[in-house]
Design a protein around this ligand. Sequence first.
Ligand SMILES: NC(=O)c1ccc[n+]([C@@H]2O[C@H](COP(=O)([O-])OP(=O)(O)OC[C@H]3O[C@@H](n4cnc5c(N)ncnc54)[C@H](O)[C@@H]3O)[C@@H](O)[C@H]2O)c1
Length: 295
Amino acid sequence: MPFLLDLIKLPFLCLLEVFYFVFRCRPKKEIKGQHILITGAGQGIGAEFARQFADMGNIVHCVDIEEKLVNIVVEDLKSTGHKAYSYTCDLTKHEQVQKLYDDVAGAGFVINVLINNAGVAFARPLHEMTLTQIQHAMNVNIVSNLWLIKLFIPKMLELNEGHIVNIASLAGIFPLKHNTDYCAAKAGSIHALSQLRSDHIHTNLKFTAVCPFFVNTKMITGIKPPMTVSPEDLVTKAIRGIREDQEMVIVPNFFRVIKVIKDIAPSLLRSMAKNARSRGDINKFVGQRMSEKVQ
Ligand SMILES: NC(=O)c1ccc[n+]([C@@H]2O[C@H](COP(=O)([O-])OP(=O)(O)OC[C@H]3O[C@@H](n4cnc5c(N)ncnc54)[C@H](O)[C@@H]3O)[C@@H](O)[C@H]2O)c1
């Protein structure tokens, strides 16, 4: 019976969602000459954010635990005339995060856009993870976001402008097998921004959660998802969403409709998910080999 009710409500809500997308014509703000801090900028989505924001005429502050990787990205940008700075920081260590803030602020830079992008996925059943691994995943995927927001938001509030972006995931909205820690952290990362948006509703600060499906980066090496998005495409769409002050950017777009199904017709989504699961396991992440790196 609930299944039947879900089915009746569904087309109307999907239509509403499609309507919003077809007819949206939001003004886009210009992001140029601004200081953008991007974590996890040594490769993948973070490096692509650095390239696209730099191409738009911004000064990019690239942060990563991997010194070599982030230096290559920054040197590459500088060699083509862009303004870029590199910082090595393990975001799981609060003293290093504090030092990162001190270095940036001490040099007189004011960060206008903060992109919390660094992330890790262990892709293991929770009961097979060690306590250290769970703590590590939470530290990178959500705690570091909160630390950085805590440090950079006071100046934004003082100036009454700024934009905070969390690169979350569709896994923060839908379940992803063997990724309990990851899903929990990404859901937290989305919800933290909802709360901040509400706390600062009377200011000009903006908050955007970016929720991609699988993106072709080293993070997903070893798995064959039904479809992937390129980092270039994802970042172009994310930047468009940021310029439009969108609260949530979902890529690909049609997952917005699936989100409506989840909100309105959870039983329908569950039966769809059961069918999808029987078509094979897509959760064989090996890219970052996190279980080998963190014991
Ligand atoms: N690739 C996907 O399919 C996908 C899908 C949805 C969401 N995401 C999210 O997008 C973000 C970027 O992912 P990606 O695909 O580019 O991954 P990636 O593995 O290619 O890049 C992640 C970067 O984060 C850095 N990093 C990891 N731990 C760190 C730490 N402790 N301190 C500082 N830097 C650290 C890594 O060195 C790396 O450069 C992540 O938050 C991820 O969860 C990715």
